[in-house]
Write a protein that binds this ligand. Structure first.
Ligand code: ATP
Length: 333
């Protein structure tokens, strides 16, 4: 029987890339049934809520969400929808794999990095306080519970996927208590995994090292803000945001999304690259135990990425979303 999943079609390029990805999933015989909801700015303007109650209810039933980018309206009173979803469903582990693809030319050929970003705390708790007219404080929260579970997940992933090293990224030389605790917990947990090498790097150094010699990194684990920044950097190493997928996992719920935003600058032009959302869908298929279907799609994508005539302009292709999607489907069939 088909597995039901929830799909959120967001804003900007969201609907275009979602349609392309669902067509590819169907062509691959993924065995999924979709409960599709429009979410985001237009939904808010029409019906008064960024995410309708029925969409939340669907995710609570299916427990698995494929989510396209959503624009959070700028201004007071709107919290980032991504942050809201992560908090509401305790999607504490944000996993962002970046791997070089021989078809996409960049200065690097040996990038194969998986970033584990803590997803629920750090500066993203959104606690800001105006002290006086010229002073604002922002609160950074690090807890033992959240740090332990993301660090443990990173090591468990390394073991399960035959990885060699886990690197902890921090700024414990300055933030001695908060990042200091994260680092202490990392070293405590690393002792439980003697088969995996463990090391740590300060975040500014890690940015320089990533650009000089990314091949030295394997699995990386870090608090929320560093994870956001470092994973955008790793996407640049492999050819840009259009190629970086992610999963957001909790103990009960799972959400899969491209790392990029809604790209309003290219929305409606038919040139958005659906690969990041498609690879996120592959991570979803693997999560659902549909590994062979994910592998077929990944193979088709690798073949298509090598053909600049059909790929999208962000990766120097001469095609568009439609030509790319059709080529992937042709390779699947
Ligand atoms: P957010 O803050 O919501 O993450 P952002 O400000 O980082 O968004 P994006 O929407 O991710 O910005 O876009 C950054 C740049 O990358 C834009 O120029 C956009 O056109 C490009 N881009 C992002 N995603 C894609 C994609 N799937 N295909 C092609 N170009 C993309």
């Amino acid at each position: 029987m088909d597995r039901k999943i929830t799909v959120f079609k967001g804003d900007g390029i969201g609907p275009e890339i979602t349609d392309a990805v669902l067509e590819i999933l169907n062509a691959a015989g993924a065995g999924l049934k979709y409960e599709i909801y429009r979410v985001g700015n237009q939904e808010y303007l029409d019906n008064g809520a960024l995410i309708p109650d029925a969409a939340f209810a669907s995710f609570e039933r299916t427990k698995v969400l494929l989510k396209s980018p959503i624009t959070t309206p700028v201004g007071k009173g709107f919290r980032s929808l991504n942050v809201t979803l992560r908090e509401k469903y305790d999607l504490y582990a944000n996993i962002r794999p970046a791997r070089s693809n021989s078809a996409v030319k960049t200065p690097f050929t040996d990038v194969d990095i998986v970033v584990f970003r803590e997803n629920t705390e750090d500066l993203y708790v959104g606690k800001e306080e105006r002290i006086d007219e010229d002073t604002v404080w922002a609160t950074k929260i690090i807890t033992r519970k959240a740090s332990e579970r993301i660090i443990r997940d990173a090591f468990a992933y390394a073991v399960a996927h035959g990885r060699r090293t886990v690197t902890c990224v921090h700024k414990a030389n300055i933030l001695k208590m908060s990042d200091g605790m994260f680092l202490d917990i990392f070293h405590q947990i690393s002792a439980e995994y003697p088969q995996i090498a463990a090391n740590d790097r300060i975040v500014d150094n890690v940015c320089m090292q990533l650009v000089m010699n990314p091949g030295q990194f394997d699995v990386m684990v870090m608090p929320n803000l560093y994870g956001d920044i470092v994973s955008d950097l790793t996407s640049g190493l492999i050819g840009g945001l259009g190629l970086l997928p992610s999963s957001n996992l909790g103990s009960e719920y799972a959400m899969f999304e491209a790392v990029h935003g809604s790209a309003p600058d290219i929305a409606g032009k038919g040139i958005a690259n659906p690969t990041a959302l498609l690879w996120s869908a592959c991570m979803m298929l693997e999560y659902l135990g549909k590994d062979s279907c994910a592998a077929r799609i990944r193979k088709a994508v690798d073949e298509v990425l090598a053909d600049a005539a059909v790929t999208t302009p962000d990766i120097h292709g001469h095609g568009n979303t439609e030509s790319y999607k059709n080529a992937v489907i042709a390779h699947l069939v």
